[in-house]
Design a protein around this ligand. Structure first.
Ligand code: NDP
Length: 329
């Protein structure tokens, strides 16, 4: 089968040369294992961090080896009593056509519940990130004014919609194009939205939120975090989810001055989605119901072909996606 390997660690922005498309022998299926043919895989911003040779909360990808990541596929051979041929599973060995893995590390999903891509987006890791990040890390309360950056992406689009459904008094989003801003306002029900490329984030945020913000859900860092600190109300709560404006930076940008955290008594909480596995069931029930009732819009940007996965990943970092970026095999 075909797999995508990390050929060289990117220095700054990843390039096509950092990846190779290779043919690999499909390993034998051992006892307790299954062979899965992948149908759809995820590209995620966190993968950029794993391409660096630095210690983080997950180990770096290995050079010359297939990349890994969320994927949904069909079991085509099974040496486990727990999974049968024909079962559809969610697992962590994306970036390849065929995956051999322990049945215990695959989660059987119900393909009738939602389109397969949803298990990598709105009902998957990004969905839980949005849900737990907003409700737990940011301690969202009814009536809050909420600002979310990266608002037209997989996580951000859900943060804004969940905040509205849970009774936010106002939801403001920022994104990188006029089309995305229109999507936020027209399709997702954001009260205010702006294109951060149109002018200083702080000025645009002040205009959108003259009453200040109570919650900031940060996907971007840098100037967005700085603006949120300036516009925050007393006792505001910040969920620090990501800092995508920094992921390809080759030198330090200094970062925002955190003095406002003191004077305003801002509560900042960084989090990794993995720490909220106890919220998973509640998340799946509540967001699943909203999705079924048509109360949540979960746009996807789908790239066809495993060989185009590196380009999809690079495009994700550049903002080519609206909603969840997926690769269909
Ligand atoms: P998205 O679907 O939001 O895709 C990334 C988006 O980031 C792009 O579409 C682009 O949109 C935007 N972007 C890229 N560069 C910049 C920049 N310099 N300034 C502002 N926006 C930029 O990805 P996800 O929803 O999967 O992830 C969103 C964030 O959440 C990321 O920071 C990610 O690392 C983080 N994350 C954290 C988790 C955790 O456990 N803490 C778990 C999952 C995600 P645009 O056109 O608007 O620029």
């Amino acid at each position: 089968g075909v797999e995508i390997r990390l050929a060289a660690r990117p220095d700054g922005w990843p390039k096509p040369e950092n990846f190779t498309v290779a043919k690999a022998e499909v390993p034998a299926v051992g006892a307790g294992q299954v062979l899965v043919r992948n149908l759809v895989m995820s590209v995620d911003p966190y993968m950029r961090g794993r391409m660096n040779d630095t210690k983080s909360y997950i180990p770096p990808f290995e050079l010359g080896k297939a990349l890994e990541g969320g994927a949904v596929g069909e079991v085509i051979a099974s040496e486990s009593p727990d999974l049968a041929v024909g079962d559809v599973v969610l697992h962590g060995l994306g970036w390849r056509e065929f995956a051999v893995l322990d049945a215990a590390s695959a989660v059987k999903i119900d393909p009738n519940l939602a389109p397969l891509g949803a298990f990598l987006g709105v009902l998957g890791m990004p969905g839980l990130t949005a849900y737990a990040g907003l409700l737990k890390a940011a301690d969202f309360r009814e009536g809050d004014v909420v600002f979310v950056s990266g608002a037209a992406g997989a996580v951000g689009a859900l943060v804004g919609q969940i905040a509205k459904l849970r009774g936010a008094s106002k939801v403001i989003g920022s994104a990188g194009s006029a089309e995305k801003v229109a999507h936020l306002k027209d399709d997702l029900g954001f009260d205010e939205a702006f294109n951060y490329k149109d002018g200083p984030v702080r000025e645009q945020l002040e205009k959108a939120a003259p009453e200040g913000i109570d919650v900031y859900f940060d996907n971007v860092g840098g100037d967005h975090l700085e603006a949120a600190l300036a516009v925050a109300n007393k006792g505001a709560r910040f969920a620090l989810c990501g800092a995508i404006s920094q992921y390809n930076a080759t030198e330090s940008t200094g970062g925002p001055n955190l003095f406002a955290v003191i004077g305003k008594g801002i509560n900042m909480r960084g989090f990794i989605v993995g720490e909220y596995s106890d919220v998973k069931e509640q998340f799946f029930a509540e967001v699943g119901a909203w999705l079924a009732e048509g109360k949540i819009v979960a746009r996807e940007t789908v790239v066809e072909g495993l060989e185009n996965a590196p380009a999809a990943f690079i495009d994700l970092l550049r903002g080519a996606n609206t909603g969840k970026m997926l690769v269909k095999l």
